[in-house]
Write a protein that binds this ligand. Structure first.
Ligand code: PMV
Length: 326
């Protein structure tokens, strides 16, 4: 009753921002991401009759109690599905920079979903795995698949039509993503708390929901036409709109720090010099820069020159989950 799975992170090109159901992790809008080859989680799950409770080790160390609790709740869903009461030992290795933990890691819950389902004997297809992973972390629903992936919000109350599906394969379009780590001081508002506060209090949230529909149409055209300018423009604009909603929340908050803005401005300055680069930012201060292979090194050099830049990781389009054998 043991299984190991490798799952990669993804970066949303069109963001998931807002839930319509907190318990089932049902989003208010569709989102679209690209899976990244460089960052991943490997998780081994072993169900064992002798265990008195679940155990969770993250990078070889016993996980903190809040993370343990979330993982145990997630395993409860798996046990209910399988109609079993048996506990599990979970071992996760997170190959994700700035190891901010497990809670918001798309790769973490994608790997946990696939490994726990297999280990307990559930025979789930990828769509079902996407639905299960979603209930650990929304963005994990997209990390089941490689390439360019859309997560459909669905309309059913039970979430039965809410899952991700691939739009373009891993090798369909060779774009590059530079993951730019900046020096940070402030503590971040976790995505879960941030989107809840925005949905409940920001007057800009209605505008976000309207705009995101248009952005999805545009990005799908750009993907079909392999039109990088069209893609980059909508990616950057969509991230800005998502972050704008947080400024209208009560109390207001922002994920950017001065270093974040410096990187954003350098990306815009690069474009003025004729080098095509576009940024996107998730629920934190770091910046991801999307570009074409021929510009990758020039963009790296310009960003590495900024003193606020700590590290730059080079990513390509990555694959979906893989089952590992010992
Ligand atoms: O599913 P979570 O809790 O990792 O939330 C993800 C939220 C964003 O990263 C900001 C957007 C996204 O679609 O990944």
């Amino acid at each position: 009753m043991r299984a190991s799975v490798k799952a990669h992170t993804n970066i949303a090109l069109i963001k998931y921002w807002g839930k319509r159901d907190e318990q089932l992790f049902l989003p208010t809008n569709n989102s679209l991401s690209v899976t990244l080859d460089k960052f991943y989680t490997i998780t081994t799950v072993e169900f064992d009759e002798l265990l008195q409770s679940d155990q969770f080790f993250l990078n070889g160390k016993q996980a903190e109690s809040n993370e343990m609790k979330k993982v145990a709740q997630f395993l409860d869903r798996v046990r209910t599905k399988a109609n079993r009461t048996i506990y599990a030992k979970v071992d996760s290795e997170n190959h994700v920079p700035t190891a901010a933990g497990f809670a918001s890691s798309a790769s973490g819950y994608a790997a946990l979903a696939a490994a726990s389902a297999k280990a307990i004997g559930l025979n789930l297809n990828q769509r079902e795995l996407s639905q299960l992973a979603r209930q650990g972390s929304g963005s994990a629903s997209r990390s089941i698949f490689g390439g360019y992936v859309e997560w459909n919000k669905g309309i059913e109350e039970d979430g039965s039509d809410c899952y991700a599906a691939p739009i373009l394969d891993t090798d369909a379009w060779d774009l590059r993503v530079l993951s730019v780590e900046v020096t940070t001081k402030a503590k971040k508002v976790l995505s879960r708390a941030g989107m809840k506060r925005t949905v409940e209090t920001s007057p800009f949230f209605a505008g976000w929901l309207e705009a995101v529909e248009e952005d999805l149409i545009t990005i799908k055209q750009a993907l079909q036409e392999r039109d990088f300018t069209k893609l980059g423009q909508v990616v950057e604009a969509n991230a800005l709109k998502m972050h704008a909603t947080t400024l209208g929340a009560n109390p207001p908050f922002m994920y950017w720090q001065s270093a974040t803005v410096e990187v954003m401005q350098e990306v815009q300055a690069l474009r003025e010099r004729g080098i095509e680069a576009y940024f996107t930012i998730d629920a934190g201060p770091n910046v991801k820069v999307v570009c074409q292979p021929e510009d990758e090194q020039k963009i790296h050099d310009a960003l590495a020159f900024l003193h606020v830049v700590h590290d730059i990781h080079h990513c390509r389009v990555g694959p979906g989950i893989t089952y590992l054998t010992d």
